[in-house]
Design a protein around this ligand. Structure first.
Ligand code: CS2
Length: 490
């Protein structure tokens, strides 16, 4: 068996591979990160690492909210792991050491709450995915009927949700006179900071109205836009990286070279000097966030559902089809009319760069991975642009094809008749609203009647329904590839 990457073996890593340039024994935990997935490890940890030599107080305690697998993989490696940046021209490795520890939340909730309440912790970052905010995706409000929310309200000292942990830690800080940490959401939600503030304040108010008031006035939740494509790590990635390192790494992370982080600069308790490692600090993140959600993520979800129907396993496979690529480009033209592009960002350049990023042949970004949790993603990715365009009297044909592809996907089989797996917190209800044998109109009526996904104004819009129905009829009768070909001609 190959020797494992760890603090002890770090000097065996080939000299040309970058590694932590600081004394890890001096690190303190200034950041607690909830949701220790590949994305955080390939993004925020990478922006933080170069700052640790100068200021070791910003080490990161990584928290897995559910499963122990990341901790089990990385603990024997002393929290070290490899980041592999890949594109058509090759792969660059770097060893990241910003983690001061890894904690699996359900194993000992009070211990995690105590660590979050420690005065050294000044920032809590989140990548917990859309569904973990316990919100109604259509309204953005806390889902007060969610069993996980009800369980945390009934037993606030042993929480299960991220919101519950934040509330418990804030309560403990308040009790000891420690000011609140800043909560920085790094998830793909519109106004992710304000959303976090709203949901958390509501949750805390339900616990105790006076505590809710304190949270409402004292807690800072800046907005941020994060961007980097990080596909799930495969066995082939592990084998290739081990061969280059000469050491085994149980869980390296793979990312494209591109990375972006735009942060609202509002951190009462201080923050790492992220602007020195590439982050853009601004007073208003909204234009960046809308641009990313409505161009990048809207395209991603559209590619994912059309790809699942057509049998394209990865985003790059889909982008190799000229009709799909043309559709994605046209979709971005359509949604871009709803945007105020951020200062200094050119729409055509941004769109062309996205088309290239999607086509990166070295990333195996699975359409099945992006297709997960559609009910939580579609409102901000596709539906918000549809609302804005309809209000301006504009058509929504390109957006409608993505929505229709999602509806067809919910029916459970690809154009070739293969079974498609539905991974979504609303799976049971979506499946019964979109049975395999139902007609396009029945599927549309069934799913549009669920009030969690399609906002009421869109569900009631004849123009929107008509566009989605036409696209769904085409997908049903002729399949995704032929529909795209038909749509390619203006
Ligand atoms: C993707 C995103 O899985 C998905 O839904 O659209 O994770 C996407 O890769 C990132 O937002 C890119 O920054």
């Amino acid at each position: 068996m190959q020797i494992r990457l760890s603090q002890r073996t770090l000097d065996q890593v080939p000299a040309d591979i970058r590694r932590p340039g600081y004394d890890r024994t001096r690190l303190r935990t200034g950041i607690v990160h909830l949701g220790l997935g590949a994305f955080h490890r390939a993004h925020q940890a990478v922006y933080t690492q170069p700052l640790l030599a100068e200021d070791p107080s910003w080490g990161i305690l990584g928290v897995s909210l559910r499963r122990p697998d990341t901790r089990d993989a990385l603990a024997p490696q002393d929290g070290l792991y490899t980041l592999a940046q890949r594109d058509g021209s090759g792969e660059t490795l770097e060893i990241i050491g910003a983690l001061t520890g890894i904690c699996v939340a359900p194993e000992d909730q009070p211990a995690l709450v105590a660590r979050m309440a420690h005065p050294d912790v000044r920032v809590v970052t989140l990548t917990i995915t859309e569904k973990a905010y316990c919100r109604n995706p259509a309204t953005g409000q806390l889902d007060e009927t969610d069993p996980a929310v009800l369980a945390d309200l009934a037993n606030p000292d042993r929480p299960g949700t991220a919101i519950g942990f934040l509330a418990a830690a804030l309560r403990a800080r308040r009790a000891t006179g420690t000011p609140p940490f800043t909560v920085l959401s790094c998830d793909n939600l519109p106004s992710n900071g304000s959303a976090t503030h709203r949901l958390l304040t509501r949750f805390c108010t339900l616990l105790d109205p006076e505590f809710g008031n304190w949270v409402a006035t004292e807690l800072a939740c800046p907005d941020s836009m994060v961007d980097r494509i990080v596909p799930a790590t495969t066995g082939a990635d592990r084998a290739r990286i081990a061969a280059t390192l000469g050491l085994a790494d149980a869980w390296p992370v793979i990312a494209e070279p591109f990375t972006q982080w735009v942060i609202e600069d509002r951190f009462p308790m201080g923050r790492p000097a992220w602007e020195r490692t590439g982050a853009t600090m601004v007073s208003d993140v909204r234009p960046y966030e809308d641009m990313k959600l409505r161009l990048l993520n809207a395209s991603h979800s559209t590619i994912a559902y059309l790809g699942q129907l057509a049998g394209w396993e990865t985003v790059a496979d889909a982008m190799a089809d000229p009709a799909l690529r043309a559709h994605v480009s046209a979709l971005m033209q359509e949604t871009a009319t709803t945007l105020h592009m951020p200062p200094g960002t050119d729409l055509d350049d941004y769109r062309d760069a996205l088309l290239e990023r999607f086509a990166n042949p070295a990333l195996r970004h699975l359409t099945a991975q992006i297709a997960m949790d559609g009910s939580q993603k579609l409102p901000q990715r596709l539906l918000a642009s549809a609302t804005d365009r309809l209000a301006a009297g504009q058509g929504v044909e390109r957006i409608a094809l993505g929505v229709a592809a999602w509806l067809r996907f919910l029916q459970g089989s690809s154009d070739a008749g293969d079974r498609l797996e539905l991974n979504d917190p609303l799976a049971a209800r979506l499946r019964s609203a979109a049975p395999a044998t139902a007609s396009p109109r029945q599927v549309l009526d069934g799913v549009f009647a669920l009030n969690e996904v399609i906002p009421d104004d869109l569900a009631a819009s004849g123009r929107f329904r008509g566009a989605v129905l036409a696209a769904l009829e085409s997908l049903t009768t002729m399949g995704a590839k032929a529909t795209l070909l038909r749509w390619q001609s203006p």
